[in-house]
Ligand binder design. Structure first.
Ligand SMILES: *Cc1c(COP(=O)(O)O)cnc(C)c1O
Length: 362
C-alpha cells in the first residue's frame, strides 16, 4: 500500500513507531519542556518572534478554522473570504452559521486570483480577510504578497488557513503580517491527525483581550495562551502527536533544516509534473503549491480512476468532492514517497485511465 494523499500522508517509519515507545504523563515539567521546545522550533520555521503565541488544539483543521471564527471576530466585524473551492466555501459556511457579516470573492474552477478580484473591495469597511492560502480543493496557491498588501493598505486582519502549504512552500508570518495562521498535524508535518496549531500575531492577541465572551468554552484562545506560557494546554492534548511533532522537528533538522526539507518536496513535485506531461496528463496552469498537483481528466470519470488505483494496486490518491469529483485527481508530494514511487504511480494511473476508457466504450 502506498499513499499519495494529503493527510494523513504516507508516514515516515520513525513517526509511526513513536507511539510504541511510550511516553511520560503530560501534567509534568518533562512534558512542558517538550511543548516549549516544539514551539521554539516552530516559531523559527514560521518566522515569529514570540513562541508563546502558538497554541495547540485537540481538533482537526476544520475545528481550528471554526475556533478562529469564534475567537477572533464578532458580529461587528465584516469579513472578506477568498472562495476558490471546497475550503474557501467552508469558511463561508461557517461565517454564515455563526451569523457573521461577510462577502466572498468567488473564483471559478481554473480561475487564478489576481488584483482585479480584490480591487472592488478596496477602501470598503472590511475588518478581516479569510483565505485558505493553498486551496486544496483545486491545488491553487494564492499570492500571499497580493493578499498581504491588500490587508495592510486597508487595515484588515489577515487570517490564513495554511494547512496545506506549511512545510511544503515558503511561509513567513512576520514578512506578510499574518494575524492568524492555522495548520494541522496530518498535512505538511506528516504526523497523525488530531492536533491543530494556531499562531497569533500580537495585534490579534491584543484584540482578543477586548472581545466579548467567546461562544466556545473548549476553544477559548485566551485560556490556551495563558496555559502555553507554562508549556501546557487547558485540556488533554493529543499527547502522542506532541511526541511525534518533537521527533519530526528533529528529523527536519537532521535533513538539513526547513530549506532542505522544502527543496526535497519541490524536487518530487517538479519530477511528478514533468513526468505527468510525458503521459499527456493535463495539469492546471494557475500557480500551484508544491504540496499537491491536480490532474484534470477530460471525458474520463476521475472517480473511477481513483477507485481502480485503490482496488487494483493499493495506491491511494485524493479524489475530489462536489462538481469536480469526476474531473480531478489530486496527488500529494509530501510524506514518505520517492521518485521511484512516482514512476510507479504514473504508470498505474495510466493503466487505470486506459481501463476506464475501455469500460466506458462498452
Ligand atoms: C485538510 C484541510 C483542512 C482541514 O480539514 P480537516 O479534515 O478538518 O482536518 C482545512 N483547510 C484546508 C485548506 C485543508 O487542506
Amino acid at each position: 500500500m502506498k499513499k499519495f494523499t494529503l493527510g494523513p500522508v504516507e508516514m515516515f517509519h520513525r513517526t509511526a513507531v513513536i507511539r510504541d515507545k511510550g511516553f511520560c504523563y503530560f501534567r509534568t515539567q518533562e512534558f512542558s519542556d517538550i511543548m516549549i521546545n516544539n514551539s521554539k522550533r516552530l516559531a523559527k520555521i514560521l518566522n515569529i518572534q514570540d513562541f508563546n503565541s502558538i497554541i495547540y488544539l485537540a481538533m482537526s483543521g476544520t475545528g481550528a478554522m471554526e475556533a478562529t471564527i469564534q475567537n477572533c471576530i464578532t458580529n461587528k466585524d465584516k469579513s472578506l473570504v477568498i472562495n476558490g473551492g471546497t475550503f474557501g466555501h467552508r469558511f463561508c459556511e461557517m461565517l454564515e452559521w455563526h451569523n457573521c457579516d461577510y462577502d466572498s470573492v468567488n473564483l471559478k474552477w481554473n480561475e487564478e486570483l489576481t488584483y482585479k478580484h480584490l480591487k472592488p473591495y478596496e477602501n470598503k469597511n472590511y475588518t478581516t480577510l479569510f483565505v485558505n492560502l493553498h486551496e486544496t480543493g483545486t491545488g491553487q496557491l494564492y499570492d500571499i504578497k497580493l493578499l498581504s498588501d491588500f490587508c495592510k493598505r486597508n487595515n484588515l486582519f489577515l487570517i490564513v488557513d495554511a494547512i496545506s502549504t506549511i512545510l511544503a512552500d515558503d511561509y513567513d508570518i512576520e514578512k506578510y503580517g499574518i494575524d492568524v495562521t492555522i495548520f494541522s498535524s496530518q498535512k505538511g508535518l506528516c504526523l497523525s491527525p488530531g492536533m491543530s496549531i494556531v499562531a497569533l500575531s500580537q495585534r490579534m492577541i491584543d484584540k482578543l483581550q477586548t472581545m466579548p465572551k467567546q461562544t466556545t468554552f473548549y476553544a477559548d484562545f485566551k485560556d490556551y495562551l495563558k496555559n502555553i506560557k507554562r508549556g501546557q494546554t487547558p485540556f488533554t492534548p493529543p499527547v502522542c502527536v506532541v511526541f511525534e511533532l518533537d521527533d519530526m522537528l528533529n528529523f527536519i533538522d537532521e535533513k538539513g533544516g526547513e530549506k532542505a526539507w522544502l527543496k526535497e518536496i519541490e524536487e518530487k513535485c517538479l519530477y511528478f509534473r514533468k513526468k505527468a506531461k510525458e503521459f499527456n496528463l493535463k495539469i492546471p496552469e494557475f500557480k500551484k503549491s508544491n504540496m499537491l498537483t491536480s490532474i484534470y481528466l477530460e471525458n474520463i470519470d476521475a472517480y473511477k480512476v481513483f477507485c481502480k488505483l485503490k482496488d487494483n494496486f493499493g495506491i491511494y490518491i485524493n479524489p475530489c468532492g462536489g462538481e469536480l469529483a469526476t474531473k480531478l485527481l489530486r496527488i500529494s508530494h509530501i510524506g514518505n514517497t520517492t521518485l521511484e514511487d512516482i514512476d510507479d504511480l504514473l504508470e498505474k494511473i495510466n493503466i487505470c485511465i486506459e481501463e476506464t476508457k475501455k469500460e466506458d466504450m462498452k
